[in-house]
Design a protein around this ligand. Structure first.
Ligand SMILES: Nc1nc2c([nH]c(=O)n2[C@H]2C[C@H](O)[C@@H](COP(=O)(O)OP(=O)(O)OP(=O)(O)O)O2)c(=O)[nH]1
Length: 128
């Protein structure tokens, strides 16, 4: 099965981190994730994450660091999730696709019901 490359961003707003909840009508309904999305053909990872964040959240970010990608097989599809840490730069946060968001302290993130692919990424991030 082909592997779909997906970027996501762990966005810092000061000492809080943004997590977003998928809506009931999306794949992986109501799971929590880091905002992002599929890389388009010919697009760089960095261009992808900046574009997705603006499309989904109406904000601009500064990308800081690439963490270790995680490959995950869901029942019907397989993704390579490529995570970046980032900082909020500007814009008014508006949810264009997700059902809700949380600005959480790092130690609170583990309590959310995450999409499975995010778990190794979260673990690496929490260890830093
Ligand atoms: N953006 C993002 N997607 C994630 C994360 N974890 C995770 O399993 N995914 C999955 C959910 C989706 O199947 C895929 C990302 O695709 P997307 O957000 O561009 O697409 P989508 O749900 O609208 O799916 P589709 O209808 O276009 O197929 O990766 C994450 O932390 N961030």
């Amino acid at each position: 099965m082909k592997i779909i490359p997906v970027t996501c961003a762990i966005i810092h707003f000061g000492d809080k981190i943004l997590a977003v909840q998928r809506s009931e009508t999306m794949k992986l309904p109501l799971k929590w994730e880091f905002a992002g999305g599929k890389i388009e053909s010919g697009e760089s990872e960095i261009a992808c994450i900046k574009r997705e964040i603006f499309e989904e959240l109406n904000i601009h970010i500064e990308v800081k660091k690439r963490l270790t990608p995680a490959t995950h097989q869901y029942p019907n599809f397989k993704i390579e999730l490529i995570p970046f840490t980032a900082e909020f730069v500007s814009g008014e946060l508006k949810l264009r696709e997700h059902s809700s968001f949380i600005l959480a302290k790092k130690e609170e993130l583990i309590n959310l019901d995450w999409a499975e692919a995010d778990l190794p990424i979260l673990k690496e991030y929490l260890a830093t």
